[in-house]
Design a protein around this ligand. Structure first.
Ligand code: 13P
Length: 258
């Protein structure tokens, strides 16, 4: 049985003045919610403050990216030992905004997956096709390529410690989410690949999150679909009450679904 996981990716939102009350409300609002894991990924500049607020609560801390090297001459980058020191448990790797805006390659992303695992943190590896790729019938080819490259050289054992996120690029920040059917068939496909790359057991335990215009209104039906084990939430994670509704609905669907 997979416990649902809901992760808020705050992206480039959250001055300290904004991040502190948001984190406090999420921490307080999740106190009595059972059957779901929750994490928030604020910008680097708010990690320490948010980490203090969620310390000793059930809310986990995550970073939105990292460098694969533990230290060195890499201006502007943030290393995994720095993230560990702040109490991070998760690191988002290979988000489509970084693939597109920064030009992160599959090889760079694979290096980060290895580095995150080596430090004992959990990578949230993102894959997803563009609208054009979907129109051309390349959805499965695209996500398969990203998954195989992202997991290259990762041992079957380590694969069980990874979280995957299917985030169709056309659904991110557009208000148009993938339907439960569209998401579910990709999640099922990814789970099949994990079975091939690692083992049947790994495929059973690995959590595959859906991301792309998740909001309180569509969470229930998405989370009830087969193979969807939680959500990676962007815009809707910036409103505490909305995010908490998503968390509760994911917990409810998880309890019902397994
Ligand atoms: P939105 O929820 O704003 O569509 O963003 C999804 C996302 O990219 C989360 O990583």
């Amino acid at each position: 049985m997979r416990t649902p996981l809901v992760v808020g990716n705050w992206k480039m939102h959250g001055t300290l003045a904004e991040a502190r009350p948001l984190a406090t409300a999420i921490r307080d609002g999740t106190k009595r919610v059972k059957g779901v894991d929750v994490a928030v990924c604020p910008p680097f500049t708010a990690l320490a403050a948010v980490g203090e607020i969620v310390r000793e609560s059930s809310v986990r801390l995550g970073a939105q990216d990292c460098h694969a090297e533990p230290s060195g001459a890499h201006t502007g980058e943030v290393s995994l030992p720095m993230l560990l020191e702040l109490g991070c448990a998760f690191v988002i790797v290979g988000h489509s905004e970084r693939r597109r805006e920064i030009g992160e390659s599959d090889a760079v992303i694979n290096g980060k997956v290895h580095a995150v695992l080596a430090q004992g943190l959990t990578p949230i590896l993102c894959v997803g096709e563009t609208g054009e790729e979907r129109r051309q019938g390349l959805t499965f080819t695209t996500v398969e390529g990203q998954l195989r490259a992202g997991l290259a050289g990762v041992t079957p054992d380590a694969i069980t410690r990874i979280v995957l996120a299917y985030e169709p690029v056309w659904a991110i920040g557009t208000g148009v989410n993938a339907t439960p059917g569209q998401a579910s068939e990709v999640h099922g496909y990814l789970r099949g690949l994990v079975s091939e790359l690692a083992s049947k057991e790994a495929a059973q335990v690995i959590r595959i999150l859906y991301g792309g215009s998740v909001k309180p209104e569509n969470t229930g039906e998405l989370m009830a679909a087969p193979d969807i084990d939680g959500a990676l939430v962007g815009g809707a994670s910036l409103n505490a009450q909305g995010f908490l509704q998503i968390v509760r609905k994911a917990a409810h669907a998880g309890a019902r679904g397994d």
